[in-house]
Design a protein around this ligand. Structure first.
Ligand SMILES: Nc1ncnc2c1ncn2[C@@H]1O[C@H](COP(=O)(O)OP(=O)(O)OP(=O)(O)O)[C@@H](O)[C@H]1O
Length: 293
């Protein structure tokens, strides 16, 4: 049984065709990122999947049932933006409500509060929450029922590094335990950290792509003696740029060992070496024809 089965889904607003005959099947756990420029239709797509908006034509099945059947939402959750929260209620109130809707025992509240690390502010009213705290609450509300399919609209928005790391960890654990996750995001660096499976939304069509072939590996090197390293990088034809503390080097045809040999040869004192992998940004630039600056 497919976790998500979309058949020929279309939606227009007046004469603007936002979704144009989308067909997609996902039948395994894992994380898929939904990516595309502002206004391309990501929220519209997620809203239609969860039956918050009607499609003009086509059909959607979630965990084997029509998305029009409200019973599917026992196994499907949608993390929307924080406008769905009530400022005058506490985090606990929100979780209690969702718990009651799903007829879950209230001990699930404590479990989920601990899991997303929001013990400190569960009893505070949401009006006093920061953006990150609201994202945690929304996540807790979305996973309290242990969904098979989890849809998230911009879950990484406005998170500080600590919260972003926690969010990534949680999403990874859920996917490992069997949840299928689709998340929309504009933050391609974060996307590359959580998944290589991307759904690019372009001109109303969905392109499902794996980022392996677009992956780029960079090393950020902090060195004491920049000139000697710079001349060797140039001599050995490395693709690099200078940074405040040293260099950002792209590993193209040369391998990591050649870079290490070069650093050794330069005699420079290496203060730090960090790896960065990017993939989706390169593909995004190609697909959406982002001009170089
Ligand atoms: N209720 C509506 N009535 C008319 N047009 C709408 C409506 N909802 C969305 N649109 C239009 O549909 C298009 C897609 O909007 P949507 O919010 O789905 O994009 P998005 O990809 O989520 O954007 P963002 O990345 O900025 O959040 C936009 O042109 C938007 O103006």
């Amino acid at each position: 049984m497919a976790v998500l089965a979309i058949n020929n889904l279309s939606k227009s607003f007046k004469n603007h065709r936002v979704l144009d005959g989308i067909t997609l099947t996902i039948d395994s756990p894992g994380i898929w990122a939904l990516v595309g420029p502002n206004g391309v239709g990501k929220t519209t797509f997620l809203n239609i999947l969860t039956n918050l908006s009607p499609a003009d034509s086509g059909s959607v099945k979630l965990v084997g049932k029509s998305n029009k059947d409200y019973k599917v939402f026992k196994d499907v959750s949608f993390l929307q933006d924080n406008t769905v929260l009530f400022d005058y209620l506490t985090g606990y109130d929100h979780l209690k409500y969702v718990c009651d809707v799903h007829k879950l025992p209230s001990k699930r509240i404590q479990e989920v509060v601990q899991y997303v690390g929001m013990e400190r502010y569960t009893k505070k009213t949401v009006g006093d929450y920061s953006l990150g705290m609201k994202q945690h609450l929304l996540l807790a509300m979305a996973i309290i029922n242990e969904p098979k399919l989890l849809l998230l609209d911009e879950p990484l928005n406005g998170l500080d590094p600590t919260s972003a790391i926690l969010m990534r960890k949680i999403l990874g654990q859920l996917a490992d335990k069997g949840t299928t996750i689709i998340l929309s995001s504009h933050n391609l660096a974060e996307v590359d950290r959580v998944t290589k499976q991307i759904l690019f939304l372009k001109d109303g069509k969905l392109l499902e792509e794996h980022m392996d072939s677009y992956e780029k590996v960079y090393y950020h090197i902090a060195v004491q003696d920049k000139p000697s390293v710079a001349s060797l990088l140039t001599a050995k034809a490395f693709d690099f740029m200078e940074t405040d503390k040293g260099f950002k080097v792209l590993l193209g045809s040369q391998d990591f060992q050649s870079l290490l040999d070069l650093l050794h040869q330069s005699g420079a004192y290496v203060k730090d070496l960090q790896k960065e992998i990017t993939g989706s940004e390169k593909r995004y630039e190609e697909l959406f024809e982002v001009g170089m600056v």
